[in-house]
Design a protein around this ligand. Structure first.
Ligand code: C2E
Ligand code: CA
Ligand code: CA
Length: 564
C-alpha cells in the first residue's frame, strides 16, 4: 500500500465525491476531473461502500453532510474507526457553519461551504488536504513499526530524549517487554499467528499507555520498549498488561517477561538504560517463576569488572604487575618477640585500576583456572627472593605461600616445588605451604594424598583459616598438618571476657591436643597479643607487629632484626 500511495503522488489521485444532489456532484466533478480520478456516490451507504472498496487508492473523500442512508457525520465516524480507512482524509461539504466544530472533532480536514466558491479555491483546498495527509502518512510510516504501529527504535529514543528535556521533573522507568519463547510461537504456529501475538502485545501496551504517560516502541522481533512515568504500582500495571495478553495466548502458553531500569538513576543515557533493562530481562529467559527483573547496577558492574580482570590477567602477569608483599610472623613465647618467618601475599598493581586487593581476584581466578598460573609465578618469585637474601644478607627466614585448593589437584605440584628448590638451591625448610581449612573438607582424600606427598619431601603445611571451615574434631586428628593458623575472626571478635575468648581457648586446646604450634593472624592490638601469649599461642602475624610490605621494605625489616 505504501509504495502505491507514493507512486500516486506524481500521477492521478483518486477523489470520492459524495452528495445526493446531482447538481452539486456535477459541479465538483467538473472542477476536479482534469486533475483527479473521480469516484461518485449519491447516498451515504454508497459513499461508505466506495470508500472501503477504494481504501488503498483513495486520496480524499468529499462528503456532503446531509445525505439519505448515512449522514456525513456517520461516514466520518465509521471511516475513522476502521483501520483500513482511517488514514483517508475527508472534506465536509456543508452550508451549516454550526456543524464545523463537530466535523473537526470527528477528524475532518477541512470544509467546503455551499454554495460553492470559485473553482481555484476549491481545487486548492482539496489539494492541500491531500498533501497534508500524505506528508503525515509518510512521517508515520518512517517513525512507526508497520506491524504494530508503535514507534520504531530510532524515533522512540528521539522522543524519549524529548520527554527528558521537556519534563525533567518526571521520574521515568525504562521497561523492556519480551515475549518468552516467541521463536517457538513462530515455529509451532506460523508467522501469521506470531504477528498476531505481537499485535496483541502492542495493543495491551497501548492500553497501558492510556493510563500512564509514556511512549512505546517495538525494537526488533519480540522486544518492546516502554518509557513510562514511574508510579508506585508500575509493576502491578505491567502485571495486568501481561495478564491481558496471556489470556489471548492461552493456546501457546507463552508469557511476557520484563526488565525494568527504574527511575532512580536517570543521569545515565536513556539508550544505556534500555540496554541494561534488556539484560535484566534476559536474565529471566529460563525462569519460570519470575516475570519481572530489575536491573541491578552493582551486580552488573561487578560482572563487568570480573570479566575485565580475567581478560587482563595474563598480560598483567607478563608485564610484572603482580607483586609479592611480605608480612612478618613473630615468635612470641620468648622474652622478646622475634621475626621467624613471613607470609607472601600477592598484590596486583594495575596500570588503570590501581591497587587491586587479592580479595577481589583470588576466588575469581579460582573459578576459571587462572589461579594455578598466578600461584606458580608467586612460588617462583618467593624462591628467587629467598635465594637472593641468602646470597646478599647471608641469611633468610622461611616464607609461607598460599596454595590454592586448585593447586592441590595438579598432579605435578610436588614435582614443581622440588624443581624449584633445585633451581634455586633451597631446602624444603625455606618454603612453608598454607592451605585453607575449607579445602580439606572438599575432596579430602585427594588433598590428603598430595599433602602427604609434600610432607614426605620435608615440606611443612600450615592449615590456614582454621575454625572457619567445618572440620570435625575427628577429622582433624587424622589430618597431616604442621601448624594451625587460626582464622582471624577469633582474634578480631575477641573482647576480654566474652564468648569469642572462650572459643579462642577452645581452639588452643584443640591445637595442643593435636600437638601442633598455633599461628594467630590479624593481631592488631597489644591486648590481643598479650592474651594470645597468655593462652600459649606460638606465632603471631598482624598489623600490631608488621603489615604486608613490598620486598625492599621487608629486607630492611630482616636487617634490623638481625642487628637487634
Ligand atoms: P589469608 O591467607 O588469610 O591472608 C591474611 C590476610 O589478612 C591478608 O589479606 C593480610 O593482608 C591480612 N592481614 C594481615 N594482618 C592483618 C591484621 O592485623 N588485620 C587485618 N584486618 N588484616 C590483616 P590479603 O593480603 O588481602 O589476602 C587475602 C586473601 O587472599 C588471603 O587470605 C589469601 O587467602 C588470598 N591470597 C593472598 N595472596 C595469595 C596468593 O598468592 N595465592 C593465593 N592462592 N591466595 C592468596
Ligand atoms: Ca594465608
Ligand atoms: Ca588466613
Amino acid at each position: 500500500m505504501t509504495s502505491k500511495r507514493k507512486y500516486q503522488r506524481n500521477l492521478y489521485r483518486q477523489v470520492l465525491i459524495a452528495d445526493d444532489d446531482i447538481i452539486n456532484r456535477e459541479i465538483l466533478r467538473n472542477m476536479l476531473e482534469d486533475e483527479y480520478d473521480i469516484v461518485l456516490a449519491s447516498d451515504g451507504q454508497e459513499a461508505l461502500d466506495k470508500i472501503k472498496e477504494n481504501s488503498e487508492t483513495l486520496s480524499i473523500a468529499l462528503l456532503d453532510l446531509m445525505m439519505p442512508g448515512l449522514t456525513g457525520f456517520e461516514i466520518l465516524e465509521k471511516m475513522k474507526a476502521d483501520d483500513r480507512t482511517s488514514h483517508i482524509p475527508a472534506i465536509v461539504l456543508t452550508s451549516e457553519k454550526s456543524a464545523e466544530v463537530d466535523c473537526l472533532k470527528l477528524g475532518a480536514s477541512d470544509f467546503i461551504s455551499k454554495p460553492f466558491e470559485l473553482p481555484e479555491v476549491i481545487k486548492a483546498r482539496v489539494n492541500k488536504a491531500i498533501e497534508l495527509s500524505e506528508d503525515t502518512h509518510i512521517i508515520q510510516i518512517t517513525e512507526r513499526d508497520p506491524l504494530t504501529k508503535l514507534y520504531n527504535d530510532e524515533y522512540f529514543f528521539e522522543y524519549a530524549h524529548e520527554i527528558d528535556v521537556r519534563y525533567p521533573e518526571w521520574d521515568m522507568d525504562a521497561v523492556v517487554v519480551n515475549v518468552n519463547h516467541f521463536r517457538l510461537v513462530n515455529e509451532l504456529h506460523g508467522r501469521v499467528y506470531g504477528d498476531e501475538v505481537l499485535v496483541a502485545v502492542a495493543d495491551s501496551i497501548r492500553e497501558l499507555l492510556s493510563h500512564i504517560e509514556g511512549i512505546a516502541a517495538r525494537s526488533d522481533a519480540d522486544n518492546f520498549y516502554l518509557y513510562i512515568r514511574h508510579q508506585d504500582n508500575t509493576e502491578e500495571l505491567l502485571h495486568k498488561m501481561g495478564e491481558g495478553v496471556r489470556h489471548q495466548m492461552e493456546r501457546t502458553s507463552i508469557w511476557l517477561r520484563m526488565g525494568i531500569y527504574d527511575y532512580t538513576n536517570e543521569k545515565i543515557d536513556v539508550e544505556k538504560r534500555f540496554e541494561d533493562a534488556l539484560s535484566a530481562c534476559n536474565t529471566l529467559r529460563n525462569n519460570y517463576n519470575r516475570y519481572v527483573a530489575y536491573y541491578n547496577r552493582e551486580a552488573h558492574e561487578a560482572e563487568l569488572l570480573a570479566e575485565y580482570l580475567i581478560n587482563s590477567m595474563e598480560k598483567s602477569l607478563q608485564a610484572g604487575q603482580f607483586h609479592v608483599y611480605y608480612q612478618g610472623k613473630y615468635s612470641i613465647q620468648r622474652e622478646k618477640p622475634a621475626l621467624t618467618s613471613a607470609e607472601a601475599l600477592v598484590r596486583w598493581i594495575h596500570p588503570e585500576r590501581g591497587f587491586i586487593s587479592p580479595g577481589s581476584f583470588i576466588s575469581l581466578f579460582e573459578s576459571n583456572g587462572l589461579i594455578q598460573k598466578l600461584d606458580r609465578f608467586i612460588f617462583r618469585e618467593v624462591a628467587s627472593k629467598i635465594r637472593k637474601w641468602k646470597d646478599e644478607l647471608g641469611y633468610s627466614v622461611p616464607v609461607s605461600v598460599n596454595v590454592s585448593r586448585l593447586d592441590m589437584f595438579e598432579n605435578d605440584l610436588c614435582q614443581f616445588f622440588l624443581d624449584l628448590l633445585k633451581e634455586y638451591d633451597l631446602s624444603s625448610d625455606d618454603i612453608l605451604l598454607e592451605i585453607t581449612e575449607s579445602a580439606y573438607t572438599e575432596d579430602s582424600e585427594q588433598l590428603i594424598k598430595t599433602v602427604n606427598e609434600l610432607r614426605s619431601h620435608g615440606f611443612r603445611i600450615e592449615m590456614d583459616d582454621f575454625g572457619s571451615g567445618y572440620s570435625s574434631l575427628n577429622m582433624l586428628t587424622m589430618l597431616p598438618i604442621d601448624y594451625l593458623k587460626l582464622d582471624m575472626k577469633f582474634i578480631q571478635g575477641m573482647k576480654d571476657d566474652d564468648k569469642s575468648a572462650s572459643m579462642l581457648k577452645l581452639m588452643m586446646d584443640i591445637a595442643s591436643h593435636l600437638q601442633v604450634p598455633v599461628v594467630a593472624e590479624g593481631v592488631e592490638t597489644e591486648s590481643q597479643y598479650l592474651l594470645l601469649k597468655d593462652l600459649g599461642c606460638d606465632i603471631i602475624q598482624g598489623y600490631y607487629f608488621a603489615k604486608p610490605v613490598p620486598v625492599d621494605q621487608f629486607e630492611e625489616l630482616m636487617k634490623e632484626e638481625r642487628n637487634a
